[in-house]
Write a protein that binds this ligand. Structure first.
Ligand code: SF4
Length: 279
């Protein structure tokens, strides 16, 4: 069965050099939904082997599945296409990893139980934006259906085992994204943050990225809501345990990284304490 693996995961499979403790997989063939920021969307002319700024490589799952056991976690990003649910179960059943995550659009609760039975311990949900931006951004289904789905997922996987993805900078007000995060934490969800990244070929290719200062404020609040603490760990990539999705929002050569992957954290601390990073 064909799946796509991220550039970093592919690098490990080919060269044995690991840049993240999580292996990232993506279902092939693009998505039937119309999210305007997304390279996988039907509205996008971008190369479907890209997700945000990351290049993905097609592989045969059967040929590479054993090498995925070297990672602490395997994470599958799903798309909406015919029979995608069956394919997700098949992929996850074939992978032996002890820790598996799936990011998925609303499905019924029985299906979530099936995912748990094939070893999925954390669920991702791409809510992506706030209620007032829902139509403009082009999300599939209704906002209410996503919230119901998040509650179902928490019932099945437990509190703090459901990561709701939010993209900062799609046009939301700061107040609304702050309130959305507070509501999600009150439900028992966690939040994983992304900075909006314009990608050529998508309807939002000309939209501006959010300022780093705005993004840092949202990261700091997310960290406080999640841990009760303040601190520079707030600026690390947020997501399931051992996830650090390197360079979704930036190039490794950028001076300013919105989400700091673990491998760059020491460098980040050194530069922020010398006053050159967070100004
Ligand atoms: S549902 Fe997810 S994969 Fe599909 S277009 Fe929207 S963001 Fe992209």
């Amino acid at each position: 069965m064909k799946v796509l693996v991220s550039a970093g995961t592919y690098y490990f499979i080919k060269k044995g050099i690991k840049i993240s403790n999580t292996a990232y997989l993506l279902q092939s063939s693009g998505c039937n939904a119309s999210c305007k920021f997304c390279t996988q969307s039907v509205l996008s002319n971008a190369d479907k082997t890209y997700l945000s700024k990351v290049k993905w490589y097609p592989v045969e799952l059967e040929e590479i599945k054993d090498s995925l056991n070297s990672f602490t976690r395997v994470c599958l990003q799903t798309v909406i296409k015919e029979k995608f649910e069956d394919e997700v179960i098949e992929i996850m059943s074939k992978i032996d990893s002890k820790h598996k995550s799936v990011t998925i659009t609303p499905v019924d609760k029985q299906y979530l139980i099936k995912l748990k039975e094939v070893g999925v311990d954390y669920l991702g949900v791409g809510l992506d934006t706030v209620k007032s931006m829902w139509r403009e951004v082009g999300k599939p289904y209704s906002y209410e259906k996503y919230i119901k789905f998040i509650k179902d997922a928490i019932d099945v996987f437990g509190r703090k085992h459901v990561y709701v993805h939010l993209i900062v900078g799609l046009g939301e007000s700061e107040e609304e994204i702050v309130n959305t995060m507070k509501e999600l934490y009150a439900l028992g969800a966690e939040v994983a943050l992304f900075a909006f990244t314009p990608v050529k070929g998508t309807p939002y290719e000309k939209k501006e990225r959010p300022s780093l200062e705005y993004y840092r404020r949202i990261q700091a609040l997310r960290y406080k809501l999640s841990t009760g603490k303040d601190g520079e760990e707030a600026f690390l990539t947020s997501g399931c345990p051992s996830c650090d999705r390197p360079y979704y929002n930036e190039s490794p050569l950028d001076k300013e990284l919105y989400n700091i992957p673990l491998r760059d954290y020491k460098w980040f601390l050194a530069s922020s304490h010398s006053g050159s990073s967070l100004s």
